[in-house]
Design a protein around this ligand. Sequence first.
Ligand code: KIV
Ligand code: ZN
Length: 387
Amino acid sequence: MRKIQMFDTTLRDGEQSPGVHLTTEEKVEIALQLEKLGVDRIEAGFPISSPNEVKNVQAIAKVVRNTSIAALARANIKDIEAAREALKGAATPCLHIVLATSPIHRKYKLNMTKEQVVEKAIQAIHFGKKYFSEIEFSLEDASRTELEFIYQVVDQAIRAGATVINLPDTVGYASPETFGDMFRKVREHVPLIDKVLLSTHCHNDLGMATANTLAAIKAGVDQIEGTINGIGERAGNTSLEEVALALETRQDIYQATSNIVLNEIYPTSELVRHYTGMVVQPNKAIVGDHAFSHESGIHQDGVLKNASTYEIIKPETVGVPSSTIVLGKHSGRHALQQKLAYLGYQLSKEELAHAFEHFKKLIDQKKYVIDDDLHKLVNQDFMNDKT
Ligand code: KIV
Ligand code: ZN
């Protein structure tokens, strides 16, 4: 079974979500939780962005000792010096250098030729190598870069000393088919690729970040990058929890696993939700409030008989205490009986039929019922009827 390395960028790309600003204390607390979650590397920040960011990364590096800490730098001396300062106390530091390679970025952003891009990459890696043994080199916008140019940059980056090569789908443009092909071809055409870790980093602009990441895993990447709850620039990054659970649930397809401690997923998600203030959509896979709740009577009946009828993951596996039966307009008698039993009411068959009639009237007036409604239903409405 292959082990996929999990690179977490909640504190860097995730913090690039509009409106999110984490304090040093919050970043440290999240980093400690990420260490507990078992991620292999934490990207703690982008040190050149502010003097405070240097302090944030230093504070994380000081307390997180069992997980590698990375810091981002563009391919220039100032950025690399800032990352060096930020990571100087880290137990296992990693310098992450990024440089765009696609024609669009070369023309409009960098105003550089292909030759100049290669030269800049080599110079930056050589400079970084003076201070770091671990260097990740990212070809920004790789998914929109000419394949031949990817081979050339990757080959030169490895020769210059990069230890991890990351091919990101920076703008969420890739599809699983094309993205998987890109990695297969890089493995085929760059002989030195087996000397380094091959990584991917996806964005979710077309809602395909997880699918693209899994296609990259199928195509042989060793490391994947993502964030908790999928937060990040624009539509966000790959959700690490989704990939971890896809690997766990579909070992028949991926034949790969990770070091993620699955039952730390929900506590981590809650912490990130709390400090970033970013609401998790209720139907979000794995960590959304509705991920383990059942509303339809048919589903509720199935789950009450055997959870595997409608649950492919046990809630406890990811640290969610239990699944929930939501009483709504599609709920059935079996679910009502269970809920009333849970609230302490053991009803006969006739009483239950009667209570169910009342419940159906009530649910026509409300979107869902809460425990107080049920107490009232049994103790007042329904009892008044009986007397
Ligand atoms: O999306 C991207 O390309 C990035 C790089 C820094 C890896 O965030
Ligand atoms: Zn990104």
